[in-house]
Design a protein around this ligand. Structure first.
Ligand code: SAH
Length: 237
């Protein structure tokens, strides 16, 4: 018997199966730990949001070399100077939107597609706009490969909203304008909610705006950090 050959073969099998283990890893333990330590413990108590965040595989939405950090308590770079938001912020904004099955939702700033997937899990019909084309393409590919039939993305300028699909029961903006864009308020349905980080430079706050009997009711939630919302010429307003 040629032991050298046998050893070589064994080593090859070990390497291949290890490779597969890494690829098939779904980080379930890390994901549940993230939800317990970062989401529930900070007061997110909407069961549907908790279940959605336990389910959506956040690591699939970040670049391969950053997958191991996907469940940490922080935003991560996704290329093109953009970031996937910190898990807690995704949980908080999703809870504020108070999504009900079948509601029509608009997201401005698709980025990685993670927030859109969470909203998709909540049963919304999600329309999401991204101004950086390669990011929109990648997010569309990931969402498609995960078979989200209720999540639609497009490349474009979120300041314009998505008039063909308006009005929306909920609008979530994941980049920061300096003031609340009136176009988005106009695309909100009666009873609809807009969750948006507004402000300049380092002074930004998360605002919940509701359209109640034609009136606008605004509530400040917490100070936040977000990448700026920009139009196709790069202007932030
Ligand atoms: N929701 C994202 C977070 C993305 S960060 C996620 O879950 O990963 C914010 C995104 O907003 C960036 O990708 C940025 O390119 C995008 N953005 C900035 N201004 C925009 C605009 N006017 N319209 C659409 N997207 C915009």
């Amino acid at each position: 018997m040629n032991f050298g050959l046998l050893y070589g073969f064994g080593l090859l099998v070990a390497i291949i199966s290890k490779g597969q283990n890494v690829q098939n890893m779904n980080f379930k333990e890390e994901r549940f730990k993230m939800v317990t330590e970062q989401i529930k413990s900070r007061g997110i108590n909407n069961d549907e949001v908790i279940k959605a965040m336990q389910k959506v595989e956040r690591h699939l939405f970040v670049p391969n070399d950053l997958q191991k950090y996907a469940y940490q308590d922080r935003p991560l770079p996704i290329g093109h100077k953009q970031t996937i938001s910190q898990p807690y912020i995704v949980g908080l904004m999703s809870q504020l939107l108070d999504v009900e099955e079948g509601e029509k939702l608009l997201e401005i700033g698709t980025g990685s597609g993670y927030q859109a997937a969470v909203l998709g899990e909540l049963g919304g019909e999600v329309y999401s706009i991204e101004i950086v084309e390669p990011l929109q393409k990648r997010a569309a590919f990931v969402l498609d490969s995960l078979a989200y039939k209720n999540v639609f993305t497009r490349y474009g300028d979120g300041y314009k909203g998505w008039p063909e699909k308006a009005p929306f029961d909920g609008i979530i903006v994941t980049c920061s304008p300096t003031k609340i864009p009136q176009t988005l308020v106009n695309q909100l349905a009666e009873g609809g909610k807009l969750v948006i980080p507004v402000g300049i430079k380092n002074v930004k706050k998360l605002v919940l705006l509701e359209k109640k009997k034609g009136k606008i009711v605004k509530r400040n939630i917490i100070p936040v950090r977000f990448v700026p919302m920009v139009d196709s010429e790069g202007n932030n307003y």
